[in-house]
Design a protein around this ligand. Sequence first.
Ligand SMILES: [Zn+2]
Length: 257
Amino acid sequence: MALGKSTAVVIGSFALGESDRVVTFFSRQHGKIRGVARAARRIKSKFSGALELLTLGELIFFDTGRSELVRVDHFDVLRPFARVREDLERLGQAAWMAECVGRLTAERDPNVAVYGLLLRALKALEAGAPPRRVAVVFGVRLMDALGHRLRVDACVGCGRRDVFGRGPLIVDVEAGGLVCEACANAVPGLLRLGSGSVATLRRLRGLAWDEAVGMRLGSAEDELRQLLDRQVALLIGQPMRTSRFVREIERFSGERG
Ligand SMILES: [Zn+2]
């Protein structure tokens, strides 16, 4: 049985049997890892509260070699990110980010860029940056890091570059980028984005993280968030679980405010 060790973030979990928990981590060294934390749901568990969603810790596990699931031996909290979980809007966007990472990466496929991105986003949320903006900046970079960058310089249908005016632009997420009116006519139900949103997307790609998180996105924020939702849903073949949660929180916040 091999011993593994890495800093890791908890990105999901579910109950198993009477008292155990299956936890999904995104680790710096090994990428996504799923493991069983024995007796994690008992009151006197050695994990007591450490395995909460979004917690950063030092993970020690045993690789049995018999299954994809490892045995979680220790998870020592380095940074709990409790402030992110205490606020519904922050929690909603952070849970969406965790789901993106969990569903778009394969097990045992290390990606230090994705790991770093997740940590930067959690730190920004904890420091009080606007949650939806953080999610957009994170999502745009995650798509790049995983090789799913949408093309916005030319029509992905016919390759022409001189066909985009100042009006709304049409995105064919499945085809991988912008399409001109002529190419769009063949495909029903395509997303339309304001040309300002596409310009914002281009700018976000070129900025450093802190600059991007500090930039006001205006109406582009909503449109780019929708675009990301659609792109991720297409990549995983179904709508994301956390997207509905986020919409409900936003509606609730709207009614309150
Ligand atoms: Zn075209």
